[in-house]
Design a protein. Structure first.
Length: 313
């Protein structure tokens, strides 16, 4: 992993490196229940009648950074007019889900608060059943651990409180470093602490590079028998189970799993997660991870095959 950390530091991480990183961690992911059919379509509208509900990833599907992708509002509104259930599923855990809701409202996208699901929501539900301990949280000053219903310390810029932490939660790694990680690993292993990962992403695409995410750092704990991480986002099944239950509640009727489609730009999170949860999958190629990249090469390398491939919504 040190090789990849060096590439991160020098902004030299390529898409091939990203794929290799995810393949390295693949043993911790759920297995796909099948291979997709790899059919092509020009847009989501062209295949919308094949589905009753859609689960959208955000980055690379709806937006790139703070910029909304062209035609997204029109495509989503068409689905709403066809009475399709539409939801968003994100691994963003650094901030309360209400901030994501606010962003979508500002973009005038047709989602309400009940249609947006984050890995942070799943983590928050889990924490209700955890013992009341002092948590060390890898996040940002705005991560609002009170909203999670816990007490503890934000670690990153300040590691002075590490000895008081009785469990560890990864939310986001904006203020994290290799030096901080070494301090944390020593503390976790020495005390056999529980490690919860609110965002299993290894990387996140930025304008000209990739950022290091909790999935990268937390992978190290698989070396230590007593501190294997527990994950709360894509591609793991729990978050998809939550999304499927949400869709059935929103539709107020039973929906066949193959009539629910996960729409995303990542093979290892969106598509693998969908395939392992027995729902349909749609890979978007023009805006996210595989923009300007031969996505067929990535599919061949990973053996993660979507049902449908579209350039954009």
């Amino acid at each position: 992993m040190s090789l990849y950390y060096s590439l991160f530091n020098n902004n030299n991480l390529s898409i091939d490196d990203v794929i290799n990183l995810y393949e390295l961690k693949k043993s911790t992911f759920p297995l796909p229940k099948r291979k997709g059919k790899m059919e092509k379509a020009k847009s989501i509208d062209e295949i919308s009648d094949k589905f009753d509900a859609f689960i959208f990833d955000s980055f690379g599907v709806l937006n790139v950074g703070s910029t909304l992708i062209e035609n997204v509002p029109n495509a989503l509104n068409k689905l709403k007019r066809k009475e399709k259930v539409i939801t968003v599923l994100t691994n963003g855990a650094s901030y309360p889900t209400s901030k994501k809701v606010e962003t979508f409202c500002n973009w005038k996208l047709p989602f309400n608060s009940t249609e947006i699901i984050s890995s942070r929501d799943l983590l928050k539900n889990h924490l209700k059943n955890e013992k009341k301990i002092t948590w060390g949280v890898i996040g940002s000053p705005g991560s609002d651990i009170d909203e999670l219903g816990i007490s503890g310390y934000i670690l990153g810029n300040n590691m002075k409180q590490i000895d008081k932490c009785e469990g560890i939660i990864y939310l986001g790694c904006e203020y994290w470093s290799n030096e901080n990680q070494k301090i944390l690993e020593n503390h976790v292993v020495r005390n056999s602490l529980k490690v919860l990962v609110g965002n299993p992403d290894i990387v996140a695409p930025q304008k000209s590079s990739f950022s290091i995410e909790p999935g990268f750092w937390s992978y190290n704990f698989h070396k230590f028998r007593a501190s294997k991480p527990l994950y709360f986002g894509k591609p793991h099944n729990q978050i998809f189970d939550l999304a499927i239950k949400k869709i059935i509640a929103l539709s107020n009727k039973s929906i066949s799993l193959d009539r629910i489609a996960m729409v995303g730009d990542s093979l290892h999170t969106d598509i693998l997660g969908g395939l392992s949860s027995k729902i349909s999958t749609i890979l978007v190629t023009n805006h996210g991870l595989f923009k300007d990249y031969d996505y067929y090469n990535a599919i061949a390398k990973t053996s993660i095959c979507p049902d449908w491939i579209i350039p954009s919504l």
